[in-house]
Write a protein that binds this ligand. Structure first.
Ligand code: PMP
Length: 389
């Protein structure tokens, strides 16, 4: 077994060789005309992928958490009431982050595996005087997807700003940032966009920029301050040199390659491929007698699947057996249920080949753990679901 294992976790994902190769070049000056073109192109392509012609794209070296922090640091002022919709660990992360910036945070926390109770959200927005609402499009700890269109529409109706954590969804799940009225949509490079970890990616809408410009106090975070970054992004888009903090030159070349590939595949085709992969994964697991964490299929993400271990299967033993069969999966993450479930990522360039290999390795892991099922039935179900519907 010379080949390294297939990495099927919900990020970092398997990266396409063309994307990896594109970042292997002698690093240029961040003021080199070739890099100005790379950075400018990356920003333009982000508007396309986020479907946000009116948005301001921003690329900063860092991870998804930095993208979350950038939004909070720039638009929240002490005492601001913020409503957080939490469907797992990453919704809770927003609560922690917001409270550190002095926001007055109210959390509507969904029961484990459940989606958002929108009636409760409506009620809360009627009674409270909120300025911002946040949601996690796909919470990577539960595999629950929330209705991002409804988030935007609800926010517009109540005149609050909508922030979407799209770390596990952008370029995998459908998002129309402008049309849906989302004021910030953020992600990290290592997920469905398909670039190695290292970039915080964010598109800011006009209402959010207005809110930022109207703030009365200094942004309390130096590295994240949009007053520093906005002129830099504008210059690069004009293909003019600029500097605040050194950009991740090689990663940004890879980002252009990745965004071009997304554009070439076509957004609709890409979302449809992810839908088929998500469905095939769920069907494969079901055939093996496994159940998923999201309670309602409509709320199940297409970028990752979180599944309960069947009775008698020990998590660490199973994951090691799957790893020996050539596939790396992720353990549970939600602290309340971590030992009871595992997670499979299927986003980015993943296709049916990787998915079938994964379901095959899961079969090997389950049989080594003593779980009874008809050998090959998971792979067959995943295959017919992918090609059949
Ligand atoms: N939000 C979501 C939904 C995530 O899945 C993650 C990462 N798993 C983050 C935020 C944080 O991103 P990062 O690990 O890149 O800081």
């Amino acid at each position: 077994m010379g080949r390294r294992a297939l990495v099927m976790i919900p990020g970092p994902i398997e990266f396409e060789p063309e994307i990896l190769e594109s970042m292997a070049f002698p690093t240029l000056s961040h003021l080199d005309p070739v890099f100005l073109e790379d950075f400018g192109k990356a920003l333009e392509l982000m508007r396309h992928v986020w479907q946000s012609p009116s948005g301001q794209p921003m690329v900063i070296a860092g991870s998804g958490t930095l993208a979350m922090e950038a939004v909070v640091a720039n638009v929240v002022q002490p005492g601001d009431p913020v409503l957080v919709l939490s469907t797992g660990v990453f919704g809770d992360r927003f609560e922690d982050l917001l409270s550190r910036y002095g926001a007055s945070v109210t959390v509507i926390r969904s029961a484990l595996g459940h989606g958002v109770d929108w009636e409760r959200v409506e009620q809360e927005l009627f009674t409270g005087d909120y300025r911002i609402i946040t949601a996690t499009h796909v919470d990577t700890s539960t595999g629950v997807r929330v209705d991002a269109r409804r988030l935007g529409e609800t926010a517009r109706r109540h005149d609050v700003l909508a922030v979407l954590d799209g770390v596990c969804s952008v370029a995998g799940e459908r998002i129309h940032q402008d049309e849906w009225g989302l004021d910030a949509v953020l992600t990290a490079s290592q997920k469905a966009v398909g670039v190695p970890p290292g970039l915080a990616l964010l598109v800011i809408g006009p209402r959010m920029l207005e809110r930022f410009r109207a703030r009365r106090t200094k942004v309390p975070n130096y590295y994240c301050d949009w007053a520093k970054w906005l002129p830099v992004m504008a210059s690069y888009e004009d293909r003019k040199p600029s500097y605040f903090g050194t950009p991740a030159v090689n990663h940004i070349r890879a980002l252009v390659t990745a965004l071009r590939r997304i554009q070439e595949e076509g957004l609709d085709a890409r979302f449809e491929r992810h839908r088929r992969l998500g469905n095939a994964c769920r069907c494969g697991l079901k055939a093996l007698g496994l159940e998923i964490v999201p309670v309602d299929l409509d709320n199940a993400a297409n970028t990752l699947t979180a599944a309960w271990y069947p009775d008698g299967v020990d998590g660490p033993t199973f994951l090691s057996a799957v790893r020996r069969a050539g596939v790396v999966l992720a353990a549970g993450l939600h602290p309340k249920i971590a030992p009871a479930y595992f997670r499979i990522g299927h986003m980015g360039a993943t296709g049916p080949g990787e998915l079938l290999a994964t379901v095959g390795a899961i079969e090997i892991g389950l049989s080594q753990c003593g779980h009874k099922f008809e050998s090959g039935s998971g792979v067959a179900a995943a295959q017919s679901a992918y090609w059949g519907g």
